[in-house]
Design a protein around this ligand. Structure first.
Ligand code: ADE
Length: 239
């Protein structure tokens, strides 16, 4: 299977580069695409950069140039669900743009005007497998990922997002990957490990726990791909 793996930061991409057998690298739009092999799968590994534009650009390039069967995205997130602690894992059930809001049209937060797009559901086959291979000493749960072009480090903003969108964690890329994948009809998955509580302590916690979050979230994706047959059907028959 051809699988594209995106992360925002070098420390996150390094986890994959350390484990996979690298074959070639190409440059596109300032991005380095590392082609690699992992348990019978062809991988394209890219550090996309932080934020939604970088994530969207990178996702479309990987779908076009690499003909990816699926796109996976890993990294850290701030907890919005108070039950989540640092080190816990959220396997996205869906992602939504928390910073898209067009009140005067009467649209709910996240709804993209003139489209049906609001919640971008992840692929159920990949999701189920990720939940199975997650570490046993951590809370690993399916949940809603909230995406926006801001680092959330404010208790009242976190509370508002939780109330309005029933989210579990906040990050800066997932819904952009999800939207591009939805527009191309390509399956996707986002796996996030909690690095902070999206409040006044986030600046310190993020720095302290970023690498651990990178390691655990990428570990889940590598483990799930290790158990995935190269001809596994990600899309139900008839679609
Ligand atoms: N990624 C990790 N922590 C985050 C936060 N608090 N806000 C946005 N993205 C994050």
């Amino acid at each position: 299977m051809s699988l594209a793996i995106i992360s925002a930061m070098d420390v996150e991409m390094e986890q994959y580069l350390e484990h996979c057998a690298l074959r070639a690298s190409t440059e596109r739009a300032g991005l380095t695409i590392h082609e690699a092999h992992w348990h019978g799968h062809d991988l394209a590994l890219v550090r996309a950069g932080v934020g939604k534009v970088n994530a969207a650009l990178c996702t479309q390039i990987l779908i076009d140039a690499f003909d990816a069967d699926a796109v996976l995205c890993t990294g850290s997130a701030g907890a919005v669900n108070p039950a989540l602690d640092i080190g816990d894992i959220v396997v996205a059930s869906d992602c939504v743009h928390h910073d898209v809001q067009v009140d005067f049209m009467g649209l709910p937060r996240g709804q993209i005007p003139f489209t049906e797009h609001r919640f971008f559901e992840t692929n159920p086959v990949l999701r189920r497998r990720a939940l199975k291979v997650g570490p046993t000493d951590r809370r690993v749960q399916a949940g809603r990922v909230l995406t926006g072009d801001t680092f959330v480090e404010d208790e009242s903003q976190r509370g508002r997002l939780r109330d309005e969108l029933d989210g579990d964690c906040v990050e800066m890329e997932g819904a952009a990957v999800g939207q591009v994948c939805a527009m191309n009809d390509v399956p996707y998955l986002v796996v996030r490990a909690i690095s902070d509580h999206a409040d006044g302590t986030s600046d310190l916690d993020f720095g302290a726990f970023l690498e651990e979050a990178a390691r655990s979230s990428s570990g889940i994706v590598l483990d799930l791909l290790g158990g995935l047959d190269s001809d596994e059907r990600l899309v139900p028959p008839g679609r």
